[in-house]
Ligand binder design. Structure first.
Ligand code: ROI
Length: 173
């Protein structure tokens, strides 16, 4: 059995009772084979990044350890998304459930199905705020300390829309 790897999953929902969707997804994450649920960030509400004619989101980040390979873990995440009725419609449009593999240990993965670290981490406060809450000193492989990276104006300015609001922590609703 390979040594377990620490992974972080980003959760997002803005359809069909988003809070219930995120709660159900956290429960489903805790049941993935060869995987242990460690902790979640609590819930964050955020304005949509992308088209504004969609409801606000509930976001969270979960920390797990797993003995699954990254692509097998991705399969499990997609099974959960599909079970919760995820339909892929408009690009950057509303969705029932999004599960993103943000970090897989200290690995950098470039695969047609999967890029890790997730390329949107630094532009999405609804991802980096919960990540920082879980691990204030967290490092993004190939980039450096997250806390330092998000304070670099050049990176943040690359997506001005996402910085016009701050995801709001909602605690454990
Ligand atoms: N916007 C917010 N606030 N939260 C999300 O999880 C989210 N997910 C997405 C897009 C459409 C980019 N916007 C989002 O996939």
């Amino acid at each position: 059995m390979p040594r377990p790897v620490t992974v972080f999953i980003g959760l997002g929902s803005n359809l069909a009772q988003p809070l219930l969707q995120i709660k159900a997804a956290l429960t489903a994450l805790s049941k993935i084979p060869q995987t242990t649920f460690i902790i979640d960030s609590g819930y964050y509400s955020s304005k949509p990044m992308g088209p504004q004619n969609q409801p606000d989101y509930i976001n969270a980040v979960a920390k797990l350890t797993t003995s699954l390979q990254a692509l097998s873990l991705l399969d499990q995440l997609q099974i959960i998304e599909n079970k919760q009725g995820r339909v892929r419609t408009q690009h950057w449009g509303a969705r029932t459930l999004d599960l993103d593999l943000l970090l897989y240990g200290d690995e950098m993965i470039h695969h047609p199905r999967l890029t890790v670290p997730h390329p949107g981490i630094l532009q999405r406060d609804f991802v980096f705020l919960p990540l920082l809450k879980l691990v204030p000193s967290i490092e993004i492989p190939g980039c450096g300390k997250l806390k330092t990276l998000i304070n670099q104006p050049l990176i943040n300015n690359s997506d001005e829309a996402s910085m016009n609001y701050a995801a709001t922590y909602q605690g454990n609703l």
